[in-house]
Design a protein around this ligand. Structure first.
Ligand code: GLC
Length: 566
């Protein structure tokens, strides 16, 4: 037993005796915590080496036990799986390798039975080129769906040059020639993911019907895939030049081009409000949308509110993925989020996902830092998103581009591997999609077949079963943090104010306050042992339970309950 255990257990008993806040309330999404599942890699029950929906059902208690309230599941709809589900060929049926409609309905109801919410991944921007809609559209210039995708005549004598200079968001022309129609179709992402033409009202209605269908099945909301690419400017004029090479969180411009006419169009903001109206028509319980969008604050905020109307409930703020884990940088990021997305906006805190390297990678695979990151994530004002395996500290393996299953890895395979390694990013997204680690049995218990991606070599140490038995494990730390967050209203609903006195080049500190309760969060974001003055309040929780609360160990975080002075 540690020195501070009595205080901690006292605090816990107080908070556990208080009523549960937020659950079932109108605006549940504002205070929720989200766990993202990549279904292909979660748990395999039919020995094909791929995770499946039945596997998710069997492992729901893991997520419930950790204390998450919402589950977002990456796409599992019918798909040729060239982009592993982000290329959908039927929005209303389930990919057979993942299950069937009956299992999907059971999954929704099993999640609800556990008093959790479920968010599906809606890929509205494009379909697979194997969707019946595209097949029909591509079959001639005058079929009933001829105008369902973005078709244009090419340039040049034979019409074989792209209609304009627009690049796809991943670089290279986004126009692809079709021999039958002798025209080009537009694809914001990869060639086999043709963009739907939202200027055609039939398309818009068909996709709103897809949303209605799943809402009708009880789904609590959507994560919206590349939502800023929905509309293109119908004048199809060339994009202006830019000096930017690589697009970033703040700007989709890149590959020497400003994405002026093919992303973040006014019509896309308007569409967010139309989608909101549909989602709001399913009001009991309230539903939720989070958008994957890129751009500056002014622009991306328009996805949440446009012309006085509500749009998406919130958007991913991906700066979290590129901000170094340093006190001053972290403070600046939080300050910006608070300034740009003040109440009633709710910021999002996401540190990895199925496209980006594992969150422990930039932390040098240091578990102390991973705990501090989680400590921050669950005490800050915003919606925390945790990617499966993040709670275990699954590390990013080095999987060469050349052998990548990921279509982006295949596309970029000529980039020298040493350059990729140097960036520390996962250009081969297989690296962030390796199987979940359940126990010490073969393939970490993920499958008894042949796993579709390699299982982490260190799974004997890093897995759910072993971490469950170790009170000091990262996973148990997540569970403790979530318990605090779920029971302390100030952490869920409170205002956030930076603590100017304590914050400096090594320490980042902030206060959360709600209905007469005030909590102080102090993080030592350095390798040094620091001494803090006393009188900060009663220690509720610390990442390093053995230490004196005013001796801040390297990478220690402490939550204090403080008196409100007025
Ligand atoms: C989004 C998804 C990514 C997918 C792409 C195309 O960025 O997160 O995984 O490949 O859109 O749908």
């Amino acid at each position: 037993m540690t020195k501070y255990t009595p205080i901690i257990s006292l605090a816990l008993s107080i908070v556990f005796l208080s009523p549960t806040f937020g659950q079932g309330s109108e605006e549940w999404w504002k205070s929720t915590t989200v766990y993202q599942i990549y279904p292909r890699s979660f748990y395999d029950t039919d020995v094909d080496g791929l995770g499946d929906l039945e596997g998710i059902i069997q492992k729901l208690d893991h997520i419930k036990k950790l204390g998450f309230e919402t589950i977002w599941i990456s796409p599992f709809f019918k798909s040729p799986q060239r982009d592993f589900g982000y290329d959908i060929s039927d929005y209303q049926s389930i990919a057979p390798e993942y299950g069937d409609m009956e299992t999907c309905k059971r999954l929704i109801s099993e999640i609800h039975k556990r008093d959790m919410k479920v968010v599906f991944d809606l890929v509205m921007n494009h379909t697979s080129d194997e969707h019946d809609w595209f097949k029909e559209s591509a079959s001639s210039k005058d079929n009933p769906k001829a105008d369902w995708y973005v078709w244009k005549d090419g340039k040049g004598k034979e019409g074989k040059k792209p209609p304009n200079n627009w690049n796809a968001t991943i670089g290279g022309s986004g126009w692809h020639y079709n021999e039958v129609r002798k025209q080009f179709y537009w694809a914001s992402f990869l060639e086999f993911q043709p963009d739907l033409n939202y200027s055609n009202p039939e398309v818009k209605n068909a996709m709103l019907d897809v949303a209605r269908f799943w809402l009708g099945e009880g789904v609590d909301g959507f994560r919206l895939d590349i939502f800023n690419s929905i509309y293109e400017d119908t004048s199809f004029v060339n994009n202006p030049a830019s000096l930017r090479i690589v697009p970033s969180e703040e700007s989709p411009d890149g590959f020497f081009q400003k994405m002026k006419y093919n992303v973040n169009q006014e019509e896309s903001f308007e569409f967010a409000t139309e989608l909101r109206a549909v989602v709001d028509s399913f009001s009991n319980p309230q539903r939720f949308m989070v958008g994957e969008v890129f751009g500056d604050v002014e622009t991306t905020k328009k996805f949440c509110t446009y012309n006085g109307k509500d749009g998406l409930h919130t958007i991913f703020l991906f700066q979290t993925l590129s901000t170094p884990f340093k006190a001053r940088k972290w403070r600046k990021m939080v300050e910006e989020f608070e300034h740009n997305f003040p109440v009633p906006f709710v910021p999002t805190y996401v540190f990895s996902n199925h496209d980006r390297r594992r969150s422990i990678t930039p932390l040098g695979n240091d578990v102390r830092k991973a705990k501090l990151l989680a400590f921050f994530q669950f005490t800050a004002r915003g919606i925390p998103f945790t990617y499966y395996g993040e709670e275990l500290g699954i590390e990013k393996p080095l999987l060469p581009l050349k052998t990548g299953k990921d279509p982006l890895a295949q596309r970029y395979k000529s980039i020298p591997q040493f350059l990729v390694n140097w960036t520390g990013q996962s250009l081969n997204r297989d690296e962030c999609r390796t199987p979940m680690l359940w126990d010490t049995t073969v393939n970490a218990g993920f499958t008894s077949g042949k796993p579709w991606l390699p299982v982490a070599e260190n799974y004997n140490e890093i897995n759910v079963e072993s971490q469950n038995e170790n009170p000091e494990s990262l996973m148990n730390f997540y569970a403790q943090m979530l318990a605090f967050r779920n029971q302390i209203p100030a952490l869920k609903f409170g205002s956030l104010e930076i603590d100017e006195d304590l914050s400096n080049g090594k320490v980042f500190a902030f206060n959360r306050e709600f209905e007469g309760q005030r909590y102080l969060i102090v993080m030592n974001m350095s390798n040094r042992l620091l001494k803090l003055h006393d009188g900060l309040g009663e220690v509720v929780f610390t990442t390093h339970q053995e230490s004196d609360p005013y001796d801040f160990q390297p990478w220690e975080g402490t939550l204090f309950r403080s008196a409100i002075s007025d």
